[in-house]
Write a protein that binds this ligand. Structure first.
Ligand SMILES: Cc1cc2nc3c(=O)[nH]c(=O)nc-3n(C[C@H](O)[C@H](O)[C@H](O)COP(=O)(O)OP(=O)(O)OC[C@H]3O[C@@H](n4cnc5c(N)ncnc54)[C@H](O)[C@@H]3O)c2cc1C
Ligand code: SF4
Ligand code: SF4
Length: 271
């Protein structure tokens, strides 16, 4: 819903559908909303093409985001926006909150305890508290950093998770299935689509939690500074956008990792 709405437009791209926060979290309706945002984006794109104007963020804000703000999707989304906040306190508060929001068209809702993304992410030490001592994590971290590896494999081994035998019967995740379809690489010269906006914040970041959260092991340790990003491994899942230990200086609802428009991406085996 609108609570999880990421930036809707950037230079060269717009976001539509569920991944753009269009789903109505009060009614659970998402199909009409997703289609409508796609139609609005197409109308905006046609308007710019007809006027011979480029797909810059500024133009897309005007041609698409403004259309969306006056659409029924946005109006319904505002009613639903806080409907589920109560679930951060418990199931009963959540259900009462949904009933209140529904009956008052969003005017009254159960207040939640929602934190901005950067404050929601536990450190590795917090996550493993009681299972692995911080000193041992520090040792494993040092060892992984020296080998350019993320921590999570080593920590799962340490916790006793068995290695998965390669028997040809592996369950295949959604993202892996997409990967089997193949990846279209951005040609040389194109900028990376994952951007670390504030290198100085990465330099002082103790947790480097983006490395551990990355679904494709595309973000890797690179000394004390900005982590290394390998776009050939990226599965475009967006986890890094929300799993960063630092808040965006101008908007606490965002982190310091940003997606940019660009070429490259996954395609499924079917298409
Ligand atoms: C159990 C359930 C019941 C629901 N019931 C209803 C209902 O009754 N009525 C209703 O209106 N809504 C319902 N919804 C919500 C609705 O289904 C969604 O809001 C809607 O389908 C979102 O459409 P979308 O096109 O934005 O996203 P999706 O339908 O999620 O499409 C996203 C597509 O992107 C693909 N993809 C993901 N990652 C990548 C990648 N890296 N590269 C390439 N492709 C990728 C996925 O495979 C997927 O096909 C329900 C949802 C669920 C889960
Ligand atoms: S992107 Fe965020 S989590 Fe990753 S190193 Fe930079 S500040 Fe830390
Ligand atoms: S989008 Fe996903 S796979 Fe790509 S860098 Fe971010 S977390 Fe890693």
């Amino acid at each position: 819903g609108r609570r999880g709405e990421p930036h809707l437009a950037g230079d060269g791209f717009v976001r539509i559908g569920e991944g753009s926060g269009s789903t109505n979290v009060l009614t659970g309706s998402g199909v009409d909303e997703a289609w409508t945002t796609g139609v609005l984006a197409a109308q905006g794109a046609l308007e710019l093409l007809r006027a011979g104007q480029p797909f810059t963020k500024k133009n897309l804000d005007r041609a698409y985001v403004a259309r969306r703000r006056v659409s029924w999707v946005d109006a319904d989304g505002r009613v639903a926006e806080k409907a589920r906040d109560g679930f951060t306190r418990g199931v009963v508060s959540g259900l009462v909150g949904m009933a209140l929001a529904g009956m008052t068209r969003g005017l009254v809702a159960m207040p939640g305890r929602s934190l901005p993304p950067a404050k929601r992410v536990p450190t590795v030490e917090e996550y493993y508290a009681g299972r692995i001592a911080p000193e041992e994590i520090a040792r494993i971290r040092q060892d992984c950093a020296a080998r350019g590896l993320s921590l999570h494999g080593a920590l799962m081994d340490r916790c006793g998770w068995p290695a998965i035998p390669y028997d040809g019967q592996l369950l295949v995740t959604h993202q892996d299935a997409l990967l089997m379809g193949g990846k279209v690489q951005a040609p040389p010269g194109y900028a990376d689509h994952v951007v670390f906006l504030y290198p100085h914040l990465c330099e002082t970041c103790g947790t480097k939690i983006c490395i551990e959260a990355c679904s494709g092991q595309a973000i890797a340790p690179a000394g004390p500074g900005v982590p290394a990003f390998d776009r050939e491994k990226c599965v475009h899942c967006g986890a890094c956008l929300w799993n960063c230990a630092a808040s965006h200086p101008e908007d606490p609802e965002r982190t310091t990792v940003e997606f940019r428009g660009g070429t490259g991406g996954l395609h499924s085996a079917e298409n």
